[in-house]
Ligand binder design. Structure first.
Ligand code: OGA
Ligand code: MN
Length: 282
């Protein structure tokens, strides 16, 4: 491709997301082309490139242009290279070959329970169900910006505990009494994106357990108000997958969730997880 050509970037929804056209990710991308992709990612929060057909190595080569990758918590479920894993309900000898196999998944931001959560994640659709299993994205910039000023002021000074219990159902919010060995980290409730410098709401239904320093009832009331707020349709793009899609989201400014799908259908995605970075408090 001629490196001076501007890529075609088309919005996916009024809320967020953009499709980038005219790029074959099997090819080595020039710096100029990659810069346009990176810019679109920062501007639109979620980017989609359709009709790709990438090997593990090719996906790795594209993913690492954004930065180093991070291994998951379960090395056994990693693919040939650290930072690549399969998200799938395919089972061998009764055991899932990948992570997050089945069904609906509540809104979250990957690894928010770590001190340095993943900056972004990428899925490449290899086999998709005939219906459902959408990945749904919520715009955390807009969610923050549309809160009443007094709520913004209140949460700017607050932190919340993020936890993730792999041993229980990893797709639905657990109780607040989590076992001592469950990964957890206290995060600011509003974070600043290191590139765009915009403020984003940083709580999620799946992983945010408690607001630090608030009594249970008050914490629960504040959190459920914020979860309901960020999950409003006006902030959402719901991605219906097609085989060949490569889609990448920015964990610093979007939440994502998954809709249910028929367990008799196969869903196989190859995932790349970008390494974490310190969370900037707003
Ligand atoms: C993930 C994830 C959602 C999906 O890979 O982090 O949340 O649609 N996946 O499978
Ligand atoms: Mn996720």
């Amino acid at each position: 491709m001629n490196t001076t050509t501007a890529l075609e970037v088309r919005r996916l929804s009024p809320a967020l997301g953009a499709e980038i056209r005219g790029v074959d990710l099997r090819e080595a991308l020039s710096d100029a082309v990659f810069e346009q992709i990176l810019k679109a990612w920062h501007a639109h929060q979620v980017i989609l490139l359709r009709d790709q057909d990438l090997s593990e190595d090719q996906q790795w080569a594209f993913g690492t242009r954004f930065g180093p990758l991070a291994g998951g918590h379960n090395r056994q479920l990693e693919a040939s290279r650290e930072g690549i894993a399969y998200v799938s309900n395919v089972r061998k000898d009764g055991k899932p070959i990948g992570i997050l196999p089945d069904g609906e998944m509540q809104f979250h931001s990957d690894q928010s329970y770590r001190e340095q959560p993943s900056q972004g994640s990428m899925l490449h659709a290899i086999t998709v169900p005939g219906a459902g299993g959408n990945t749904v994205f919520a715009d955390c910039y807009a969610a923050y910006e549309t809160l009443p000023a007094e709520v913004q002021r209140r949460i700017l000074g607050l932190q919340a505990l993020h936890v993730y219990d792999y041993s229980l159902n990893p797709t639905q919010r657990g109780g607040r009494d989590v076992a001592a060995d469950v990964p957890r980290h206290v995060q600011p409730m509003v974070r600043v994106h290191p590139v765009t410098r915009r403020k984003a709401l940083y709580v999620s239904r799946l992983m945010t357990a408690h607001v630090v320093g608030l009594p249970d009832a008050e914490s629960e009331a504040l959190l459920s108000m914020l979860f309901d707020h960020v999950e409003q349709p006006r902030f959402i793009y719901s991605h219906a997958w097609r085989k060949g899609d490569v889609l990448m989201w920015d964990n610093r400014c979007v939440l994502h969730a998954r809709t249910d799908f028929d367990p008799r259908e196969t869903r196989l995605m190859r995932r790349i997880t970008l390494k974490g970075e310190p969370v900037l408090a707003a």
